[in-house]
Design a protein around this ligand. Structure first.
Ligand code: HEC
Ligand code: HEC
Length: 443
């Protein structure tokens, strides 16, 4: 009899403790959300205005590259979640698209993985690129710190606009080392490269930007414009009806406008849950608790975009083309505390943008999570420098925990961003539009 009572008591104890731990996770999460005032992402209606139309044309326009062979969309494939599926990006002087893209002979991939372009309009985003080399500095005299230094043009509206100019002047991104055009343009381009390329980098950048601007809209006063220049002038005039002279900042602001509208991803289950519209399944709740409580991933992957937009090292060390170590943020600040640090990536839509990390060295989310627990590889020459700057968890994570963490990351995914309307069927130059077929991507 006593045994039976004991069995019942033990059973009741286990039952209630299992039930209460389930309730606990849920209850814990609700309290955590309330205490930390976690809110859904802002969701303004998309305004497809004339500035957006201009930006859309420019994003897919190969006239932005020296030899008319590369556009922003060549690497940021809209139908491939704004990225290219490559470990390291291949720009001017490459062929094929997406995972099949290869560098032509004599060219090499860039040093870093192509970042996705989701939600960069958000006010939280004040530093762009893996190393933050484009940064808002509203207190300073030039407002934006960029590789253009003090020559950054006036009139840029935000960090995203300042960023847009950098791929244009970056070698092997949109810019080529040599010109291979035809006719008069080839003569002009060659002369430009001959006269300026090795003179002074800041001047060369400005001269080069005005070459690209001229190619699109010609000089002011509508004389002698080609039909393509006339089309672009019309687009600029509609986008900026109060202006008669256009600058490279007008081009940059339009590119930013297109990206902030087209790549805003607002329909995640997480946001719907925060609005009280849906329930959160059990595995996802467990994952959320591991994320916010046990492992405090949100120490870095914080706020609405799941990034602090600050710089950390989790031990991903990579070599550049020239075989030197990619020093990350240190290359921008020259401050030793920034050695090997990279900007925390946002985790919205991270499920869709493999491979991972600044060097694209990690193929799966599972391995990306493990990397935070394993850190620098002991057998590498740079192990010592790496361990000095490294963040690493003390205890190893369990495999079943990784699985539920990934369930939580899937809760941050918004597939509805793939809308074919964002890809134009043609651009004013008539050059091909680089994009993958949506059916290839979705299957
Ligand atoms: C050769 C491929 C390639 C081309 C072409 C290219 N990008 Fe990128 N983009 C990248 C890579 C690689 C990075 C990350 C570079 C780094 O951090 O050093 C990046 C980063 C960015 C970022 C920063 C994202 C963030 O989270 O900080 C933005 C914005 C962006 N690109 C927009 C553009 C625009 C606009 C164009 C066209 C004017 C363009 N890109 C052309 C490969 C490319
Ligand atoms: C100390 C700050 C920090 C913490 C804590 C942290 N991360 Fe990260 N995470 C980073 C940084 C920095 C990177 C990029 C590293 C690089 O590219 O060199 C990264 C990369 C990632 C990536 C790859 C994303 C991409 O687009 O390449 C995933 C996924 C990720 N973290 C998930 C997590 C999870 C889950 C946790 C908790 C278990 C976590 N992180 C904890 C800083 C952190």
């Amino acid at each position: 009899m006593n045994k039976i009572i004991l069995a019942v008591v033990v059973f009741a104890f286990f039952y209630t403790s299992i039930a209460s731990s389930k309730l606990d996770d849920h209850q814990w999460l609700l309290e955590f959300i309330e205490k930390n005032e976690i809110v859904p992402i802002r969701n303004e209606p998309k305004l497809l205005d004339a500035q957006y139309n201009l930006g859309q044309a420019l994003f897919f326009e190969k006239l932005l590259s020296t030899n008319k062979d590369t556009a922003c969309s060549t690497c940021h494939l809209v139908n491939n979640h704004t990225s290219d599926s490559l470990r390291k990006a291949i720009g001017a002087g490459g062929h094929n698209l997406g995972a099949l893209r290869l560098a032509d002979e004599g060219n090499e991939p860039l040093d870093r993985n192509t970042q996705a372009l989701f939600n960069l309009d958000n006010n939280e985003v004040k530093k762009l690129f893996w190393d933050g080399r484009v940064e808002v500095d509203l207190q300073g005299p030039i407002k934006f710190l960029t590789p253009l230094g003090k020559h950054v043009p006036l009139g840029l509206e935000n960090a995203l606009a300042a960023q847009s100019l950098i791929p244009i002047i970056s070698n092997s991104e949109l810019k080529s080392h040599t010109c291979s055009l035809v006719g008069k343009e080839q003569d002009y381009c060659k002369k430009l490269y001959g006269n300026f390329k090795n003179v002074n980098e800041s001047i060369w950048n400005l001269v080069y930007l005005s070459f690209i601007q001229h190619r699109l809209i010609g000089h002011s006063g509508n004389q002698g414009l080609s039909s393509v220049q006339k089309k672009y002038r019309k687009l600029f005039e509609s986008a900026y009806p109060h202006k008669s002279n256009f600058t490279i900042s007008d081009l940059a602001n339009a590119l930013a406008r297109f990206q902030e509208i087209a790549f805003a991803t607002r329909k995640t289950p997480w946001d719907e849950f925060l609005k009280g519209n849906i329930q959160m399944p059990e595995a996802e709740v467990k994952g959320a608790r591991l994320f916010f409580d046990k492992y405090k991933c949100n120490n870095c992957h914080s706020n609405t975009l799941f990034s602090d937009f600050d710089f950390h090292s989790i031990g991903v060390v990579s070599l550049k083309k020239d075989k030197s170590i990619d020093e990350g943020r240190f290359e921008v600040t020259d401050n030793l505390k920034d050695f090997l640090k990279f900007r925390t990536p946002s985790l919205r839509n991270v499920t869709l943008t493999a491979p991972y990390m600044h060097d694209g060295s990690i193929d799966s989310l599972e391995q990306a999570i493990y990397k935070h627990f394993t850190g620098c590889l002991p057998e590498h020459d740079y192990n010592e420098v790496c361990t000095r700057t490294l963040f690493k968890y003390k205890d190893m994570i369990q495999q079943n925990e990784v699985i539920v963490l990934i369930e939580f990351l899937k809760f941050l995914e918004d597939k509805t961003h793939i809308i074919e309307d964002f890809v134009p069927s043609k651009v004013p130059s008539g050059l091909t539009v680089d994009e993958l077929n949506t059916t290839d991507v979705l299957n």
